[in-house]
Design a protein around this ligand. Structure first.
Ligand code: ATP
Ligand code: MG
Length: 325
């Protein structure tokens, strides 16, 4: 089976102006990310603010083009698609953002918000569009009588349900969810996560699920990719990584997550995230790693297979089969 999504060496840089007399600098937001995602599965992308998660989301949803690398979506070249494939690709992948307040047009009723993608992309009649909108509302746990209401009449969780419904109107195969529950209260977070799990099962959706919180992705992910300064530190099946994280950064993130860390040793990632304009030589995590050596400062560790996942640490063997750190 070929994967639904195959990304190889995806990079995205931005030019940053440095004032009148200095040449612009290159900020590498995504520095060469590769992954494969099968239909119906979830890849969670996790990391601190600024590590490149949303940039990766924009690349995968075709909002921006990568500076380098390839992206194949449902067997189509998504970086330079043939004209005939462009519309198909836009229907294949949809996105849900963190903030349902900002992403829904306040002047439109829910029905109109949900039917808009159908007006633009299909030849369905008004009646058919209404039937589909009402059907999708039921699927996401909204009631038919809410069809004529405006977004401000809904709670945050309900608004995120509307945003999810809108993203699914064209029956995409891949949903990119960029921090979809981060703005919601804890109890509501769980409801929306459960909804996403149910929809995945019913519709066979693949998710690229972005979060800064390992606790959130634990329930929803099949695979997890931990990112730091635009590159993957550890990437593999959720079971492997949660059972025994091999990268010091993953271990620090786990320890900082309530309910997941080793209780004796709370090691919140220490120190400042380096500027992405001036990333450390060698290992990008070397300036904050408790186990740093001269080798780490000098040489960037490759992402390599070890114990059923990929890990980018010279000393990843250190944590194999031991809970001691
Ligand atoms: N359009 C842009 N122009 C310049 N720099 C950008 C642009 N978009 C993102 N960046 C920079 O790229 C890096 C990655 O940003 P990105 O938004 O992808 O991170 P993130 O992981 O989504 O962070 P957060 O958790 O805060 O949402 C940051 O240093 C950011 O400042
Ligand atoms: Mg972001």
């Amino acid at each position: 089976m070929t994967a639904l999504v195959t990304a190889t060496g995806l990079k995205r840089s931005y030019e940053i102006k440095q004032g009148w007399f200095r040449a612009p600098a290159q900020l590498q937001a995504v520095g060469g990310v590769s992954f494969a995602l099968d239909a119906g599965k979830t890849l969670a992308v996790v990391g601190e603010s600024g590590c490149g998660k949303s940039t990766l989301a924009r690349l995968v949803t075709l909002i921006e083009k990568p500076s380098a690398g390839t992206l194949v979506l449902d067997r189509l070249d998504a970086v330079n698609p043939p004209a005939s494939a462009a519309q198909t690709l836009r229907r294949t992948v949809q996105i849900v953002f963190q903030n349902p307040y900002g992403s829904l047009n306040p002047r439109k009723r829910v029905g109109a918000i949900l039917e808009e993608p159908l007006i633009i992309n299909t030849t369905l009649s008004k009646r058919e569009r209404r039937v589909q909108a009402l059907d999708m509302m039921t699927r996401v746990g909204l009631r038919p009588e809410q069809y004529g209401r405006y977004p401000h009449m809904f709670s945050g969780g309900q608004r995120q349900r509307i945003a999810i419904a809108r993203a699914l109107m064209l029956r995409p195969k891949l949903l990119v969810a960029d921090e979809p529950v981060s703005a919601l209260d804890m109890s509501v977070q769980a409801q929306v996560l459960n909804l996403l799990v149910d929809l995945q099962r019913e519709l066979g959706l693949a998710y690229l699920f972005i979060s800064h919180d390992l606790g959130v992705v634990r329930h929803i992910a099949d695979d997890v990719m931990i990112m730091y300064l635009g590159i993957a530190m550890e990437h593999g099946p959720k079971e492997r990584i949660f059972a025994q994280a091999l990268h010091p950064y993953t271990r620090a993130l786990l320890d900082a997550t309530p309910g997941l860390g080793r209780k004796r040793q709370r090691m919140v990632p220490k120190g400042e995230l380096p500027s992405p304009l001036d990333p450390p030589n060698g290992c990008v995590f070397s300036t904050r790693c408790p186990h740093v050596t001269d080798l780490c400062r000098a040489q960037r560790p490759p992402l390599r297979p070890l114990d059923g996942r990929l890990v980018a640490c010279h000393y990843a063997e250190r944590f194999l089969d031991t809970q001691a750190a």
